[in-house]
Design a protein around this ligand. Structure first.
Ligand code: LHQ
Length: 260
C-alpha cells in the first residue's frame, strides 16, 4: 500500500515500519507523508489500541535524507519543510489518543532521534544509539528535540548532545532516563510485542486522556493541572472501562477492557 513504510494491523496492534533500510530509514518527502498517513489510519481504526513505530534493517532512522533535501535546491525554506512534515508527525504522535511505542532497533539520528523521543514508551535494542546529528550539518535540533530532550535527560546532558552531536549508546540513554527499557537484540522483538500486547488490553480511553493531561501539564501551572485533571476525570469516570475496572476489582477477577 505504501512505498516507503510497512503498515500492518495484527489484533489491536498497528505496526508502522520505516522502510528505506539502505538509507538507514532517512526521511524523504514520500516517507514523511506515508508515515503521517499510516498514523492517521491507525488513529481512525477503532480496532487499533496501540501503535508501534520501528525501522527495518539496522537503523531506526538517520533523520532527514540529506541527498533528497539537497536535490530540492537552495531556495526551499527548511522552516516550511519542517512545518509541513516533521512538525505534523510529532504533533500527531503526541496527540493521538492511543499509546505509541517507538521500538528503536538501531541508530536514531537528527529528526529520526526526535521522532524516537516522541513515542509514549521508548523501547530500544542494545544496538540502538542516539545522535543529535543536526549540528554536524550546521543546523539546530528540530522536530521537537529542543523541547523533549532537556525534559527527559536534563539541560546539561541535553545541551552537550546538541552542541557536540556525539553518539549516545542505548545503555547510557537508559541510565539518563531518555528511554524506558533496553533489550538484548535477540529479545528485542519479543519485548516490544509483550509491551504492545499489554497496552492493547489496557483501558485505551483512559490512556488517551492520560496523554492529554500529561501533555498539558508539561506547560501549565499546578492550579491549571488540578482543574484539567478534574475535568478529564469526569470523562474517564463515564467510560465502560472504568466501570469494568471497578467491577473486576470488587469481584476479584482480571479486568476485560474493551477500550471504550
Ligand atoms: C544517509 C543518511 C541521511 C542520506 C545515512 N541522508 N543518506 C530537517 C529538515 C531539513 C533539512 C535538514 O535536516 C533536518 C533535520 C535533520 O534530520 S538534520 C540531520 C540529518 N541526519 C544526519 O546528519 C545523519 C547522517 N548520517 C550519519 O551521520 C550516519 O549515517 C550515522 C551516524 C547515522 C550512521 O553511520 P553508519 O552506521 O556508519 O552508516 P553509514 O553512514 O554508512 O550509512 C549507511 C548508508 O545510509 C550510507 O549510504 P551508502 O550509499 O554510502 O551505503 C549513507 O550515506 C546513508 N545515509 N544517513 N541522513
Amino acid at each position: 500500500m505504501y512505498d516507503t513504510v510497512l503498515y500492518d494491523v495484527s489484533g489491536a496492534v498497528a505496526r508502522i515500519a520505516l522502510n528505506r533500510p539502505d538509507r538507514l530509514n532517512a526521511f524523504d518527502d514520500v516517507m514523511t507523508r506515508e508515515t503521517i498517513d499510516a498514523f492517521r489510519q491507525a488513529g481512525r481504526n477503532a480496532d487499533v489500541r496501540v501503535i508501534v513505530l520501528t525501522g527495518t534493517g539496522r537503523g531506526f532512522s538517520a533523520g532527514q535524507d540529506l541527498t533528497a533535501f539537497q536535490a530540492r535546491g537552495a531556495d526551499i525554506s527548511i522552516g516550511e519543510h519542517l512545518r509541513h512534515g516533521y512538525n505534523r508527525l510529532v504533533t500527531q504522535m503526541r496527540e493521538l489518543e492511543k499509546p505509541v511505542i517507538t521500538a528503536i532497533n538501531g541508530v536514531a539520528a537528527g529528526a529520526g532521534m526526535s521522532i524516537a523521543l516522541a513515542g509514549d514508551l521508548r523501547l530500544a535494542s542494545d544496538q540502538a544509539s542516539f545522535m543529535q546529528a543536526f549540528v554536524k550539518v550546521g543546523l539546530i535540533p528540530d522536530s521537537g528535540s529542543t523541547w523533549m530532550l532537556p525534559r527527559l535527560i536534563g539541560p546539561a546532558r541535553a545541551l552537550e548532545m546538541m552542541i557536540t552531536g556525539n553518539r549516545v549508546s542505548a545503555q547510557d540513554a537508559l541510565s539518563w532516563g531518555m528511554i524506558n527499557h533496553v533489550y538484548p537484540t535477540a529479545e528485542f522483538e519479543a519485548g516490544v510485542q509483550t509491551w504492545a500486547q499489554g497496552l492493547a488490553e489496557a483501558p485505551t480511553r483512559a490512556i488517551g486522556l492520560i496523554k492529554r493531561a500529561f501533555n498539558r501539564a508539561l506547560t501549565s501551572t499546578l492550579a491549571e493541572a488540578l482543574e484539567y485533571e478534574a475535568h478529564l476525570q469526569d470523562v474517564a469516570g463515564a467510560t465502560a472501562d472504568h466501570r469494568e475496572g471497578v467491577s473486576a476489582f470488587l469481584e476479584k477477577r482480571p479486568p476485560r477492557y474493551r477500550g471504550e
